[in-house]
Write a protein that binds this ligand. Structure first.
Ligand code: AHR
Length: 353
């Protein structure tokens, strides 16, 4: 009799373990089992989101990560599983496969480069998990491999800066064919690099600008400084430094200052002009105020609420737009150019004060 009760007790424990394992595998986390103390956790199930961030290379990236973490909180009904890819596509693929095993509700991917995602996205699709691409784009054989994308029009950003440069030169009587440009590129193969480099190349062809060299600076301040030092040793005619993000620009400015160069928009007086992208970093914004950076095309990193709106619409049974572009500003030092027109759209400039 005594043995029978022990057996019964054992069977009950095994049953309880199995049940809890079963609920643990469920897509929606039953938050009442996580922490009985918290009020917010008695509100029902959490939506589980696996976010594969590409890295932490820039201030833009930090702001982007923060926006996601601030948006997808347990208080608001989410469980965010964050994975830092450390600039490696292989790490991001591992993260996505882990999310599939964990059977998350949504996968959010900020891809380091555009190509190479077909197989892993097919796996996510076959597992029935919606994939939202954020910030940079993926270049895949079939657009049905992901649910939707939200981010910036990087080529348009490049064209905006270039159109501003062209108009600025016209207004200040700087001959277009006098421009000698170096391009500090972002990570090669990323949408931000591809779009911004393409924008510059097209404008250079149209306006007769000379691009002395394009050199990858990995979107970091350290690499921006290193690449600029090398370029200054190679060329003494540089008068425009086109940096594909603000961190690179801050590094390039350090190198220019070290070399005793005059920085600013007065190209006719021998100054070297720096232009850039992002506009989230306070130091870079200060540089615009004092004309150390003459123009920044804003790239907005605050995607958390945008991704949340997409998820909410999917939860309501709606189909979100396949591609959503973020509206972005053009920050300048002064109103020499108050509007730029690209592809028949007018973009007013904003003076940072
Ligand atoms: O993809 C967005 C770009 O990536 C930002 O311009 C840059 O700062 C970041 O590293």
């Amino acid at each position: 009799m005594h043995n029978l009760s022990i057996k019964k007790l054992f069977t009950t424990i095994v049953l309880l373990i199995c049940l809890s394992a079963l609920f643990g595998c469920n897509k929606k986390v039953d938050n009442s089992t996580v922490d009985m103390q918290s009020d917010s956790q008695n509100n029902g199930n959490l939506t589980v989101i696996g976010f594969s961030q590409l890295g932490a290379e820039s201030d833009w990236r930090s702001a982007n990560t923060q926006s996601m973490k601030e948006t997808f909180t347990e208080e608001k009904g989410y469980k965010l599983i964050f994975e830092d890819g450390q600039q490696k596509q292989s790490n991001q693929m591992l993260a996505i496969r882990k999310f599939i095993q964990q059977d998350v509700d949504y996968i959010v991917l900020a891809p380091v480069t555009e190509t190479g995602w077909d197989n892993v996205l097919l796996e996510a699709k076959e597992a029935g998990i919606p994939v939202i691409i954020v910030d940079r784009m993926v270049d895949v054989s079939d657009e049905d491999l992901y649910t939707c994308w939200v981010g910036s029009n990087f080529e348009m950003e490049g064209k905006k800066v270039c159109e501003w440069l062209k108009c600025f030169c016209e207004k200040r009587r700087i001959p277009q064919d006098k421009l000698r440009i170096v391009d500090l590129q972002g990570n090669l193969g990323s949408s931000a690099q591809i779009g911004r480099t393409t924008g510059l190349e097209k404008s250079a062809r149209e306006n007769g600008w000379k691009i002395l060299e394009k050199s990858p600076a990995e979107f970091t301040q350290t690499k921006g400084r290193e690449v600029m030092r090398t370029l200054l040793r190679k060329y003494d005619s540089i008068n425009v430094v086109y940096c594909e993000n603000d961190n690179e620009a801050l590094g390039a400015i350090e190198a220019l200052e070290e070399a005793g160069k005059k920085i600013g928009s007065n190209i006719n007086q021998g100054e070297i002009m720096v232009v850039s992208f992002d506009g989230i970093n306070n130091s870079a914004r200060e540089c615009v105020k004092n004309d150390t950076i003459s123009c920044i095309a804003e790239c907005n990193p605050l995607h958390g609420p945008r991704v949340e709106a997409i998820i909410k619409s999917i939860e309501e049974g709606k189909i979100p737009p396949k591609h959503s572009y973020v509206k972005e500003d053009l920050y300048v030092h002064d109103l020499t150019v108050d509007t730029v027109r690209v592809e028949s759209i007018e973009y007013p400039t904003t003076v940072l004060e």
